[in-house]
Design a protein around this ligand. Sequence first.
Ligand SMILES: [Zn+2]
Length: 291
Amino acid sequence: MTWFKREENGAPATVSDPSPENGGDAAAKNVRTEGLWVKCPGCRQPIYKADLDANLRVCPKCQHHFKIGARERIDLLLEPGYEVVDTGLRSTDPLNFSDVRRYKDRLRVAREQTGLDDAILNALGRLGPHDVVLSAMEYAFIGGSMGAVVGETITRAIDRARESRKPLIVVAASGGARMMEGVVSLLQMAKIATALAQLDEARVPYICVLTDPTTGGVTASFAMLGDLNIAEPGALIGFAGPRVIEQTIRQKLPDGFQRSEFLLEKGFLDAVVHRKDLKAYLVRALEFMKA
Ligand SMILES: [Zn+2]
């Protein structure tokens, strides 16, 4: 019995199971079962995909929080009837960058796969009884990396929050600055932090929700600048990766380093909140902040 077979001639890998209980009809079997089951990275158990979706994409067995997209996140937090705003911004590829692929091609593929213009979506709507500005990042778009478009979109969300005096919620999911935009991506850190300072002066609340993963220049800027910084369980949160840190400080890092629970214990986060409790938590926090 062969489960996985890599073909040498460049044709896509195939799964074949010609055993009698499958009637030898592997192709038909694949069509019927493809995508119905996923393997949980937390407990390595197979989960029926419909069960996972019904459970907010949290493993029912071990509570591992799977990544969710920007649109799903907005649906999860805001009441129906919200308005998506600040769309239509696209990277100009200021460096005409190319590595193993052209950045322009990466952008095109990411747009096709996610249906978004870049790694972020802004929405205006109600979170329970509160009018809010919500900005949610999309990890599936080039690792949720922050280039000029993400920077501008978040800044617009911050300005909307300040002008309308509605609380700002940002859901971070990012590998950090987008290296294909070089220094332009790093400049976004200063740009967003400046807008957040103005929001702070205007005394409008800002809550950041850090999800798996939130790293690099995003952690080093807006993701840690909330009046309240909360995270989903088990999220990888950090600036540099553990290997770089170990090499620099020449020490072995402790277990659970750079995960939400560790950062809560060390005072980097205010709370770790399960996805099913997130909306109720935010409603309560906003009530407290309004008072
Ligand atoms: Zn699991």
